[in-house]
Design a protein around this ligand. Structure first.
Ligand SMILES: [Zn+2]
Ligand SMILES: [Zn+2]
Length: 325
């Protein structure tokens, strides 16, 4: 009996070891080389569905990117948010499903910045949509991390979509005379517009808009001059719920919400950008609407509160059902 029991236990041990080894093998086979995150986040806004789409993240040296700060201020504010001077910065786009239209706000980077970025279209598919279903892409501004994704090489990424940008932004960046007058550091934004926006214009799919009138029911562009000459917010409203899409009002919420006077080297008019940031933060904190921000940590959606050290983003509560609150 003893021998039989011993053999039986030995067999169990061998089976367990074999099973553990084969499980390890399965895990090893299914682990991607880099740890990708889910990349999309659904929530409800009135009758609309909003889906945040990650284009990826990219390291940013905030102590070089940000300026107009007191000595050591940027480092101190980053430390107080447990961040180092180089952080992985999110690049977010947003899909609005109005029930009748699928509208994208910003389009990510596509093929421009290498494999860490350029995932927006693939995350759109993972989120349950197809690029050819998109009716319109609304661009907050011309910078490549927002409009790069409208073209993939020579191909139009969203073949059935019109691309919308503010009239002042298109007029400024599609005029070669302005490139000649611009600072050297700013010339590449004109080149980006030629590369990505000009083919869309040639295909007859570029539409410009004026401010403060709806482009689609419930979706209205708001002038937000500063970061670029025709930078636009988009106010989205359904059933009295409001969300303001802020584009590049902020690169680092840890720094620029604490001190909105700190500006970015990419600002076209940094003084105007700082003034706008102060006004926008005060308005959002007072009125309590949702904000969605391109470079705040994914999904970049939340509310703004004010305290004695400035403003702070209260991120959306995670909800697996997509209700979001
Ligand atoms: Zn920008
Ligand atoms: Zn940006």
């Amino acid at each position: 009996v003893k021998t039989k029991t011993g053999k039986f236990l030995f067999a169990i041990l061998i089976t367990a070891v074999t099973l553990a080894l084969s499980l390890n093998e399965v895990i090893a086979q299914n682990t991607p080389p880099n740890l990708q995150q889910a990349g999309y986040y659904h929530m409800v806004l009135g009758k609309f569905k909003i889906t945040a789409l990650s284009d990826g993240t990219t390291p940013q040296k905030l102590n070089e990117l940000l300026q107009n700060a007191a000595p050591g201020e940027i480092e101190r504010l980053l430390r107080s948010s447990f961040q180092s001077t180089t952080i992985e910065c999110s690049v977010n786009g947003y899909l609005i499903n109005t029930g009748t239209k699928l509208i994208l706000i910003d389009a990510g980077t596509s093929d421009v910045y290498g494999p860490a970025l350029g995932h927006l279209a693939e995350n759109l598919v993972k989120a349950g949509y197809k690029p050819e279903q998109i009716d319109a892409v609304l661009l907050t501004h011309i910078h490549m991390d927002h409009m790069g994704g409208i073209m993939n090489g020579n191909n139009i990424t969203f073949p059935n979509a019109d691309i919308y940008i503010s009239k002042p932004e298109a007029d400024y960046y599609l005029n070669p005379l302005n490139k000649d007058k611009a600072l050297d550091a700013m010339k590449r934004f004109f080149e980006g517009a030629e590369m990505k926006l000009r083919p869309i214009e040639k295909a007859g799919k570029l539409k410009t808009f004026e401010y403060d009138q709806e482009i689609f029911p419930g979706i209205k562009p708001v002038a937000s001059y500063g970061h670029t000459p025709g930078h636009s917010f988009f106010l989205v409203e359904s059933d009295h719920q409001r969300m303001l899409f802020w584009g590049d009002i902020v690169v680092s919420d840890a720094v620029q919400f604490a001190n909105p006077a700190i500006t970015s080297v990419y600002d076209h008019d940094s003084k105007a950008a700082a003034t706008l940031r102060k006004q926008a933060l005060a308005d959002a904190a007072q009125k309590g609407y949702w904000v969605a921000v391109s470079h705040m940590t994914f999904p970049g959606i939340g509310h703004i509160t004010q305290n004695n050290t400035g403003y702070r983003l209260v991120p959306i509560n995670y909800s697996n059902s997509g209700i979001g609150q």
